[in-house]
Design a protein around this ligand. Structure first.
Ligand SMILES: [Zn+2]
Length: 149
């Protein structure tokens, strides 16, 4: 019969190295931060659904060749197509921004200015939920873009 014996402990009395002063580390807030802007989140999700709906409609129209039997009509149809493609491009970009905004909400970085790190006022977020810049930084950015041409 084997009897289990715990390995003999060799108590280490060595405790070398400098004693570090313990600093209290500030933990990032969590939990409650996630629901900071529930109404804006709803706005974003609604806008997202509306765009997806619109894009779906535009695509459905494009897939209908019977809609333009004439050559002259075809020309205008091409213009329409360019137009709808431009809209789609814009919507795709907006959709991306909305997705990114929702991601930032999950990451709790939403509402923080990308540029100066300050808080973006709620009023601005409500008016432009996909923004990543506060008014001051947005103004600066626009000035820079204008200067670049
Ligand atoms: Zn800023």
């Amino acid at each position: 019969m084997k009897t289990r014996r715990s390995a003999p402990r060799t108590p280490s009395t060595k405790s070398e190295g400098p004693v570090r002063a313990r600093r209290s580390v500030k933990k990032p807030k969590s939990g409650a931060q996630n629901v900071k802007y529930p109404d804006i989140r709803r706005d974003l999700e609604r806008q997202r659904a509306a765009i997806l709906n619109d894009v779906g409609e535009v695509l459905a129209h494009r897939d209908d060749p019977a809609a333009c039997p004439d050559v002259s009509d075809q020309a205008s149809a091409e213009v329409d197509q360019n137009f709808s493609m431009r809209i789609r491009d814009r919507e795709r970009k907006l959709l991306k921004k909305i997705d990114e905004a929702l991601e930032r909400m999950d990451a709790t970085t939403y509402g923080t200015c990308e540029r100066c790190g300050g808080d973006i006022p709620y009023k601005r977020l409500k008016a432009r939920p996909v923004t990543t810049l506060c008014i001051e930084c947005k103004t600066l950015q626009e000035q820079e873009e204008q200067a670049r041409g």
